[in-house]
Design a protein. Structure first.
Length: 545
């Protein structure tokens, strides 16, 4: 379906004609989404009406006002790691923010950077380490730092020192769904970008919450991102070719792989490491991800995996990276680590420079984890996403792996052992994050259906066990269009009612596409039927032992 000619001309008046197109070949380039086949049964999402490329906040505002005038749904996206076309509905205007790609300011004294949406996390880290600072690195080097901090959920092993994504945005510039511009915090008073709170009630919870509305509540056009100290050199030296290049580990860093006798001791060590605040990065990545991250090809990882080496040695292991501002501080941090290992019976596993380099690269940019997930089967999706106390994550890990392993042993998805990623937060009381990786074959319909079934069963199990119920308000679960909120909301302070009120107040014409957020107009009968169906699934499901 094409846009009305009057609406198309109005959009052309906002941006130059070369930044607006309805060309089918271009539109189709926005439709392929990895993982889309698991959620919606097709590798291609619905084709947008058109694609538009604004170059400024004012142009974004003009586009949004045109959409309100003509009743056009829009959805904005940044670097596209998760595509703008990730939608269950047909027909919307895709706002591609790639022209908004500048680092506008790096304030060394107040430790923040002001960036536009198309700045990647790797780009920001590369520039800030030249000044002795760094940002957190969400979900791989190509991800938009603004999207991850304000609008979506992106995690990394370095968040234990740099902060969880939702804790990193300061002031932001936000084009609301009705076309008004809202500036949060100190920016609203002309005092700069240093805080996202005040004067008056904070709106950062509305803007972001747990994982953000993923384009369902307008467009963030600029954001100040919190920075933390960087104790390495202003540039990291590399050798070789991607994705198997090596990085020279700075003298101010130490890289360890630590193995434990049991899962209990692994989680205890993760808690203590977070509590003592000694690490640059700390995570459990799963033995297959570790094997894939340090090998150059699928053939090589298959050879080492078939030998059983990684599953035997690294079933209960943590990758730990320490950094320090001085030799004396490093001595202290290493002593703390040794005491943690003494209490948990952990041992440092001896690794060569190649393996240590792979661990460091993953901690620094997140590149290793992406290589280890995409390459093996061509596609993956994560289920059992949870942000909870570490004891809850441990139980969640065990339950989710029990479900996934059944499908893996039947050959429907890759049998990659316990593939869960687990990492702590900078505050041990806050807990940590977990995702169970499901690697499937996108060319095999049976494998795709199996991945979808694993996701659905895990969601049902989470609802049954009351694990991370608040996360169902975000975009990390497998049910969309609001029906899941009707089931999870009553278990968590009726959050879905408040989300719908926020959506209605901020987006009265419902033009900001909301497949990943909430739709106030979801049919209550449909939601009730979905709830009944899900409850039947829970009643009929065999108990997990």
């Amino acid at each position: 379906m094409a846009l009305a000619r009057e609406a198309y001309r109005a959009l052309e008046d906002v941006v130059r004609p070369e930044y607006l197109t309805e060309e089918p070949a271009v539109l189709d380039g926005y439709c392929f989404v990895w993982g889309n086949d698991v959620i919606f049964g097709d590798n291609f999402a619905p084709r947008p009406h058109a694609v538009i490329l604004p170059g400024s906040t004012e142009e974004v505002q003009g586009i949004v006002k045109v959409c309100n005038r003509y009743g056009i749904e829009f959805k904005a996206h940044s670097t596209g790691f998760v595509s703008a076309a990730f939608s269950s509905r047909t027909g919307f205007l895709s706002i591609d923010l790639r022209r908004m790609n500048k680092i506008l300011e790096i304030d060394e004294r107040n430790m923040y950077a002001v960036v536009e949406p198309y700045v990647s996390s790797c780009e920001l880290i590369t520039e800030t380490i030249k000044r002795g600072l760094r940002s957190y690195n969400p979900a791989g080097p190509s991800t938009s730092i603004v999207a991850s901090a304000t609008s979506f959920c992106g995690l990394s092993s370095a968040q234990i020192s740099a902060g969880f994504g939702g804790r990193t945005p300061l002031s932001v510039e936000w084009v609301l769904p009705d076309g008004e511009i809202l500036r949060l915090g100190s920016l609203a008073t002309g005092a700069g970008w240093f805080t996202g709170d005040g004067p008056g009630p904070s709106l950062r919870g509305v803007m972001r919450g747990y994982s953000g509305p993923a384009g369902g509540l307008g467009v963030i056009t600029k954001a100040a991102i919190k920075l933390v100290p960087w104790y390495g050199p202003p540039q990291i030296e590399t050798t070789g070719k991607p994705p198997s290049y090596r990085a020279e580990i700075p003298a101010s860093f130490r890289v360890y792989t630590v193995v434990f006798p049991s899962r209990d001791q692994l989680f205890e060590a993760l808690y203590l490491t977070s509590e003592e605040a000694i690490s640059y990065a700390c995570s459990r990545r799963g033995p297959f991800t570790m094997a894939a991250g340090m090998t150059a090809s699928n053939k090589e990882v298959e050879e080492v995996w078939r030998g059983g080496y990684f599953q035997n040695k690294f079933a209960h292991s943590l990758s730990v990276v320490l950094d320090a501002s001085s030799p004396r501080e490093m001595e202290y941090r290493e002593a703390c680590l040794q005491e943690i290992l003494r209490r948990t019976e952990g041992e440092i596993f001896p690794e060569d420079s190649r393996a240590q380099s792979a661990r460091f690269v993953h901690a620094f940019t997140g590149q290793g984890g992406v290589k280890g997930t995409f390459r093996s089967t061509g596609a993956f999706i994560t289920g059992a996403n949870a942000d909870e106390a570490l004891k809850v994550l441990q139980k969640a890990n065990e339950l989710a792996y029990g479900l996934k392993d059944k499908f893996a042993k039947e050959g429907k998805i890759l049998d990659d052992a316990d593939s869960a990623w687990v990492t702590g937060y900078e505050d041990s009381a806050f807990g940590g994050h977990e995702e169970l990786v499901v690697r499937y074959d996108p060319a095999d319909p049976d494998s795709t259906r199996a991945a979808a079934e694993v996701m659905s069963l895990i969601d049902s199990l989470w609802l049954e066990k009351n694990i991370d119920i608040g996360a169902f308000a975000g975009c990390s679960h497998s049910s969309f269009e609001g029906s899941i909120h009707e089931i999870a909301g009553p278990k968590c302070l009726n959050y879905h009612i408040w989300m719908k009120k926020i959506k209605s107040a901020f987006d009265p014409n419902l033009v900001s596409e909301s497949s990943f957020y909430v739709n106030p107009d979801v049919n209550n009968t449909s939601s009730a039927n979905s709830q009944k169906s899900t409850q039947n699934d829970l009643d009929n499901k065999q108990p997990i032992t």
